[in-house]
Design a protein around this ligand. Structure first.
Ligand SMILES: Nc1ncnc2c1ncn2[C@@H]1O[C@H](COP(=O)(O)OP(=O)(O)OP(=O)(O)O)[C@@H](O)[C@H]1O
Length: 305
């Protein structure tokens, strides 16, 4: 069964399109990473799925229902981000007690064990927490809720490397024991590769690529060599990214659908073929068409003045 379905989904803020005809669907019980540059539309999409924002047009369905103002969807969904508001008067321990009352699949034992492990003070107030501790506490709420649809929007903000590692491990262990649909938006794909089953890459409000993590790792290859030779090999190939280099050579990232014969021809022509890491591939996939080049260009130009 599909947990989420979006078809030609649009959202507009004043004069700005945040989502542009976004279409994809996600099966139940998958961990999916939502990847994209700053401003790509990740938060907007996740909030629409959670029923917190209303779409402008198109179809969005969570368990077959339109999420906005839908009690069934809100009862089966939790949305965790770094702007979570809990009642200011409640201590951390009291917030966890409330979680038990609010989420029908809440695992209070897990919540308390994680709470102790991460060294929280039961009497502390949520708005007194440091940035990283706040994210860690919110993560505990997200995990303990065991919501059938659990959405983490950049959950690791402020967490140090050791806590992020613990979070990924806790998430994986709990997911394996209690499968559910988990969406995670992140700028740390390289750290989450072993956790994610699928990735949805969003670029300028549209789906750029939706595939399994395994496929993403092999989706592109890098070719380095003389520009005219690389060009001659790329006819009818999907060029994801290309940059000219010194001495008439270039580096091109190409969709990896070459035949063995084509690979042999490239080798004979002196083209170097290299793998492209999943994280780098996402960066190349979401490069603006009217690219601003690299940040080096900023300094090169200032040197010219
Ligand atoms: N409340 C709002 N009012 C006006 N514009 C908004 C609002 N929320 C989002 N936007 C715009 O919509 C676009 C998508 O924003 P969104 O927050 O969804 O991106 P994002 O991918 O989550 O970015 P980031 O990685 O920086 O968190 C951006 O251009 C943003 O400026």
């Amino acid at each position: 069964m599909k947990a989420i379905k979006c078809k030609d989904l649009n959202k507009r803020f004043y004069r700005k399109n945040a989502l542009n005809d976004l279409s994809f669907s996600i099966e139940e019980n998958k961990i999916v990473g939502v990847i994209g540059r700053n401003g790509a539309g990740k938060t907007t999409l996740l909030k629409i799925i959670a029923g917190l924002l209303k779409e402008k047009s198109g179809i969005v369905e969570v368990y077959g229902r339109r999420p906005f103002n839908n009690l069934f969807v809100s009862a089966n969904t939790i949305y965790i981000d770094d702007a979570m508001n809990f009642p200011a008067a409640l201590t951390l321990k009291e917030i966890l007690e409330e979680g038990k009352r609010f989420y029908h699949q809440w695992d209070h034992d897990l919540a308390l064990r994680l709470f102790d492990y991460f060294g929280f003070d039961p009497k502390q107030l949520h708005n007194e927490l440091s940035k990283g501790k706040e994210s860690t506490f919110n993560m505990i709420v997200g995990l303990a809720s065991r919501s059938p649809l659990t959405i983490f929007d950049e959950p690791t903000t402020g967490m140090d490397a050791a806590v992020r590692k613990d979070f990924y491990r806790a998430l994986l262990k709990d997911y394996l024991a209690h499968p559910r649909t988990i969406l995670l938006s992140t700028h740390h794909l390289e750290e989450m590769e072993d956790l994610l089953e699928e990735v949805l890459v969003i670029h300028e409000g549209a789906s750029r690529l939706h595939t399994s993590m395994d496929d993403l790792k092999e989706y592109g290859v890098g070719l380095t060599g003389k520009k005219n030779v690389v060009d001659s090999l790329l006819i009818e190939k999907e060029i994801i990214w290309i940059k000219e280099q010194a001495f008439d050579s270039c580096y091109a990232v190409i969709k990896n659908d070459f035949t063995d014969q084509e690979y042999r021809r490239m080798q004979e022509a002196g083209i170097q073929v290299s793998p492209v890491k999943a994280n780098d591939l996402c960066i190349y996939l979401t490069e603006s068409e009217h690219g601003k080049g690299s940040v080096d260009d900023v300094f090169d130009r200032s040197a010219d003045v």
